[in-house]
Ligand binder design. Structure first.
Ligand SMILES: [Zn+2]
Length: 216
């Protein structure tokens, strides 16, 4: 399984991180191929000359275990999550329990968001429930590349980016998932999105620029 974290550097030098990957202290699901050389988000930031304290904003797309593994390292950042996801998880939904120590650490400072929001100029949060309640995707406007949509787990694979897509095993609500997928299809058209990055698409991953390379 391929899983990505994304780092955005703004024109005024802010660092926005999106998700933090799989935690070291939670066993992988049986049958998962393990990449011995897989690096953590902390290692990746270090390779870029950054420390977790240099991250100003941490966008939490949702609290599934493979997205929150190192949240507790980012106590200096503002963590941004959809209110619906935060409330479902905080209420004790078992799905979000295994990595709770990471996303619900007392040192973390959350900002709760209701629906689609322009977080910073050129960086918008798009509410895309269905995989989980209160999932969010991210739309970034880059000066040369144009608009990049990080679908995250609203659309995990390129082949699922169709109006009548089926739900996958881990999806919470097929109706909401389809509505969110259609919302993203519309957005791609309307905003002339140049690149859509799917949440767990190993094939697409091979074709993408990865740190220290970047899209500008
Ligand atoms: Zn995921």
């Amino acid at each position: 399984m391929v899983l990505g974290c994304y780092l955005v550097e703004t024109g005024d030098g802010k660092h926005v991180l999106i998700d933090t990957g799989y935690p070291a202290d939670v066993p992988l699901p049986p049958g998962t191929a393990v990449d011995e050389h897989a690096k953590t988000v902390i290692d990746r930031l270090d390779e870029l000359g950054l420390h977790p304290d240099d991250v100003d904003v941490l966008i939490c797309t949702h609290f599934d275990v493979d997205h929150v593994g190192y949240h507790d390292a980012f106590s200096k950042a503002e963590l941004v999550v959809q209110r619906e996801q935060y409330e479902v998880a905080r209420a004790g939904h078992p799905r979000f329990a295994s990595a709770r120590s990471h996303w619900d650490h007392p040192s973390l400072r959350y900002r709760l968001i209701d629906g689609d929001t322009e977080l910073l100029p050129g960086l918008s949060l798009i509410e895309t429930s269905g995989h989980v309640p209160g999932h969010q995707s991210v739309l970034v406007r880059l000066p040369r590349t144009g608009r990049v949509l990080l679908a995250i787990d609203a659309v995990m694979l390129e082949r699922l980016f169709t109006p009548d897509r089926p739900a996958q095993q881990m999806d919470d609500n097929e109706e909401r998932l389809r509505a969110s997928t259609r919302k993203l299809l519309d957005l791609v058209e309307r905003e002339r999105v140049a690149l859509v990055v799917f949440g767990h698409d190993g094939q697409q991953w091979q074709t993408l620029k990865r740190a220290p390379d970047y899209y500008d």
